[in-house]
Design a protein around this ligand. Structure first.
Ligand code: NAD
Length: 552
């Protein structure tokens, strides 16, 4: 139910107002049949309950947004206008409000926007809602005509952890758009909520000057404008401007649009790929797989692993854990395999919590029976195996003249024999499927002799992993199975935190052009790349990620 005294503003509020008046007339007349009154009452209940229900069922706003709302509606906008602080008398009803704010925040999430442009900020409720949906390094540029509003909103933005993402540019929005275009700026999402008769100019400027990034979305507020866009005999200038705007966009072959009947109408507009006819009509454009993308997909989408089934050995911590998260984030189902059951279960749970399908398997990759059980468990549960990440490995240190056969055998059992057994077990499934990606973890130690620590067995076993990878990679590629390996430099994981290795960190740093150890996150993109179809022509490759250390 609209608040008492509030002027009905949206189509639903106007409907409620009209039905309330009709009901009053019907109730005061004895001639109106009871059936008509009950139909009217039902229509009133439906219309009246809608906005409240949307309010109640939408996720509540954050406290900084609630405060921004309270400050906006309690501010004396008439007085500040009379005092000459604002150019226009600003109606507090302009505030975006809870449900629309949450809708914008959801759209920012869904479009994975990192940069948002807002044209017409008012007190910044919409801006802060959208900023809440942006990633930590996201930013929102808000264009606002009234300098007073920038000063009003900043202290309120500063109360939110997301406020620093917002920068406000005052002055004419068209001037700001021109500056942004001249600077080559682009945005993933643009929200237009300003002077209605300029909507069409903003919209055209954004599309004509590429301010909207490829696959970006434009959202436009008030596009149902109190129902005046579709009622006959409307003379209201803003209503007519929006009617023209909606018609223009719906006929524009560059875009698709949908108008949501949310509050006063919210249009969502996306640019569509050019048709072949459209491309043919243009000079100097080659309409091929490079222009369109393989299977019509832009490169980042081609890195996705949706529907793929993967396992990662040694996935319970360190590099393997980072690989498991990366493959899962890219869309794969991931089995986390580790000798240590607790660690495997913990990482599988982390993935589940993030919405990634996962399972944990306790297995020792140096035992043939465990390896067979691991592959069977994955295929038994998910019906296929597309990505085998053979990462488990151990490192023991000793001077070569002291190295025991026990150390040698243990290292080789896990690092080389274990990797071979995993490759073979996974490869048998993949060869039958005619498709597979095997990614072994080797080491920079396959290329150089890391020093001053002494690790003969480790270095030799990892050199073996590279040769194993090259041999399998060439033997199996014509049957759809690619085998590659990743060779990390010195990575900051528990493996190097042993008592003997820890004191060597300073020494290593002086050997690394990058000036730091690798973090496990430095390796994540590589595993996704090698697991994805984008690397299908790569096989037997040793992908070295060592901050330049092997080159010095
Ligand atoms: P880590 O010791 O932090 O983790 C290894 C994980 O593998 C542990 O959870 C452990 O329980 C598990 N594991 C050990 N033996 C196993 C076995 N037989 N079966 C199943 N799981 C087993 O190691 P990390 O630093 O994450 O290293 C992962 C891989 O990367 C290893 O192959 C390692 O040789 C290689 N690597 C590491 C570095 C580095 O600097 N950390 C550098 C280059 C290569």
């Amino acid at each position: 139910m609209p608040a008492a005294g509030k002027v009905p503003d949206t189509p639903v509020e106007i409907l409620v107002d009209v039905l309330t008046k009709a009901m009053a007339v019907a109730s005061s007349s004895v001639n109106v049949p009871q059936e008509l009154k009950s139909h009217l009452q039902e229509a009133l209940d439906i219309a009246c309950g809608l906005d409240n229900y949307l309010e109640e069922m939408s996720t509540p706003e954050s406290e900084p947004l609630a405060e921004l709302y309270r400050e906006t509606v309690s501010h004396d906008w008439d007085r500040v206008h009379q005092e000459g602080k604002t150019m226009f008398r600003l109606p507090k009803e302009c505030v975006t409000g809870h449900v629309e704010g949450q809708t914008l925040k959801m759209l920012v999430h869904m479009s994975q926007a990192k940069r948002v442009l807002e044209i017409g900020m008012f007190t910044g409720y919409g801006a802060l809602s959208m900023a809440e949906g942006l990633p930590e390094d996201g930013c929102l540029v808000a264009c606002e005509l009234e300098p007073y509003l920038k000063d009003f909103s900043r202290p309120l933005f500063d109360k939110s952890p997301h406020g620093s993402k917002i920068s406000v540019r005052t002055g004419s929005a068209m001037d700001t758009l021109q500056e942004l275009a001249a600077a080559g700026e682009q945005f993933d999402m643009v929200f237009i909520d300003a002077d209605k008769d300029n909507y069409i100019n903003y919209y055209n400027f954004i599309l004509d000057n590429n301010l909207l990034r490829m696959r970006g979305v434009i959202c436009v507020d008030n596009t149902l404008f109190k129902s005046k866009v579709y009622l006959n005999h409307v003379t209201d200038a803003n209503g007519l401007a929006l009617r023209r705007f909606n018609q223009f966009v719906s006929a524009d072959p560059r875009v698709e649009q949908v108008i949501l009947p949310l509050r006063d109408g919210l249009s969502i507009i996306r640019r569509v790929p050019a048709t072949s006819e459209g491309v043919k009509a243009q000079d100097k454009i080659t309409d091929d797989v490079v222009f369109r993308g393989v299977k019509g997909q832009p490169i980042l989408d081609r890195l996705r692993l949706d529907g793929k089934v993967a396992y990662v050995t040694g996935g319970g911590q360190g590099i393997g854990r980072a690989f498991a998260h990366a493959l899962g984030e890219a869309g794969a189902k991931v089995a986390v395999v580790d000798l240590d059951q607790d660690k495997a279960e913990a990482v599988a749970k982390e993935l589940l919590v993030k919405g990634i399908s996962s399972m944990s398997i306790t297995a020792d990759v140096s035992k043939v029976e465990d390896v067979r059980r691991m592959v069977e468990a994955v295929v038994g549960r998910w019906g296929a195996l597309h990505v085998a990440c053979n990462n488990a490995g151990i490192n023991m240190n000793s001077a070569s003249e002291e190295t025991t056969l026990e150390e040698w055998d243990k290292t080789f059992d896990v690092n080389l024999r274990g990797t071979f057994m995993c490759c073979q077990a996974a490869g048998r499934v993949m060869l039958k499927q005619g498709y597979g990606k095997i990614i072994n973890t080797a080491s920079m130690a396959s290329l150089i002799v890391p020093h001053p620590q002494k690790q003969l067995s480790y270095n030799t076993s990892k050199a073996g992993v590279v040769k194993l990878t090259q041999t399998l990679g060439t033997e199996w590629i014509d049957r759809g199975v690619r085998v590659n390996c990743i060779s990390p430099g010195i990575v900051d994981t528990p493996l190097i935190h042993s008592e003997s290795l820890r004191p060597l960190v300073q020494r290593w740093l002086s050997d690394i052009p990058a000036g730091r150890l690798a973090q496990v996150t430095d390796l994540q993109a590589a595993v996704v790349f090698l697991a994805s179809d984008t690397s299908d022509y790569m096989t037997g490759h040793n992908l070295v990620i060592e901050g330049g250390q092997s080159l010095w």
